[in-house]
Design a protein around this ligand. Structure first.
Ligand code: FES
Ligand SMILES: [Fe+2]
Length: 350
């Protein structure tokens, strides 16, 4: 008789890449109340303790399983809102009201978190309790005096990879985003696209010389007429950076790393909530040359309109995919970047 089950148990494929930092929250979301958020199918409570440090625990009290997110932040940690057990940031129970001894097993699972650049990152390891072996990504444009930024978190009724697909294919701008960052659809569809892949990353670059500036650009920057436009995307499995912008046509090089002109630097952190739903954290940073606050408001507002348009499209797409489950899809030229990213994720999930 075989007694060791592990011999016959196939290794379970994770629906998400693990051993990775994901964005859990914006710093500004964590004030004086705990925040409940399901991340990668795991219910998590995030809170800022009275020292100002961010902590994350499994959102389940080990006594009678009330979500700890219903509790209160107090000196020492988070107090459960049912019978008052107090847990520190590492999940250790410090106090059981009315009982001198804390049971040895009274603890909840903690997560590694790191707050930097106004972002709170959380580590999801492949092994339970495994420590992070890399630092979370840095995002310098949240601290760069040349830039101002704003952002939001959207809840999506769609799996995370459909959001990746959308961000890695900028040809949709000319169809979905005509009112904001779009522009002539033909220019977008015909723009030369360079795709490079190294390790877990994909870089996609597109340049559109001598094109008409779209409404958002005109509203934010005093362009003289036509512009040379760029779109540079860096994909990592947990986040995507998209640098777009334009300079007056023929006024300089669009590949110069220090180019002037109008810049929009987008950070897109897509953290799966469940297999079929996602948290989409975005920020947009820009470099106003005049009226800093006004330009920032305009750019953030236009970006919001743009991402609202994407949300409608992606959620509708997912609804149809569920309705026609298993139906094949065809690929066209604009899918190259997204397909690279899907291959990377597929390998990481093995
Ligand atoms: S359920 Fe948390 S203290 Fe009882
Ligand atoms: Fe879009």
């Amino acid at each position: 008789m075989i007694t060791d089950n592990s011999i016959d148990t196939p290794k379970q494929r994770s629906p998400f890449p693990l051993d990775m930092w994901y964005l859990a929250a914006f710093s500004k979301e964590l004030k004086d109340k705990p925040l409940a958020r399901t991340l990668l199918n795991q219910p998590v409570v995030l809170y800022r303790d009275l020292n100002g440090d961010v902590n994350a625990l499994q959102d389940r009290c080990c006594h009678r399983q009330l979500p700890l997110s219903m509790g209160t932040i107090e000196e020492g940690g988070l107090r459960c809102g049912y019978h008052g057990l107090l847990f520190d940031g590492k999940g250790k129970c410090l106090e059981v009201p009315g009982q001198p001894k804390v049971p040895r097993k009274a603890k909840v699972t903690p997560y590694f978190v790191k707050e930097q650049d106004e972002l709170v990152w959380i580590w999801f390891g492949a092994e339970e309790g495994s420590e992070p072996d890399v630092a979370p990504p840095r995002y310098e444009y949240h601290n760069d005096p040349k830039y101002v930024y704003g952002g939001d978190v959207y809840h999506y009724n769609a799996p995370y990879q459909l959001i990746h697909d959308n961000l890695l294919d900028l040809s949709h701008l000319g169809y979905v985003h005509l009112r904001t960052i779009g522009g002539d659809a033909k220019t977008h569809m015909n723009a030369q696209m360079d795709v490079e892949s190294e390790g877990d990353q994909v870089t996609i670059k597109r340049y559109m010389p001598n094109s008409t500036p779209p409404p958002t650009y005109v509203a934010a920057y005093p362009f003289k007429g036509k512009i040379d436009r760029w779109q540079e995307i860096e994909f990592c499995p947990s986040h995507i950076k998209i640098w777009t912008g334009g300079i007056d046509a023929n006024s300089g090089s669009v590949t110069d790393p220090n180019r002037e002109g109008f810049h929009m630097r987008g950070l897109h952190c897509i953290t799966p909530e469940t297999d079929d739903t996602s948290h989409y954290f975005w920020t947009i940073a820009t470099n106003p040359v005049t009226d800093i606050e006004e330009v920032k408001q305009k750019v953030v507002e236009q970006t919001r309109l743009t991402f609202d348009e994407d949300k409608v499209v992606i959620e509708a797409q997912f609804k149809t995919m569920k309705r026609f489950k298993g139906q094949p899809m065809i690929d066209i030229h604009v899918d190259a970047g997204a397909n690279h990213a899907r291959r990377i994720i597929s390998t990481l999930c093995e």
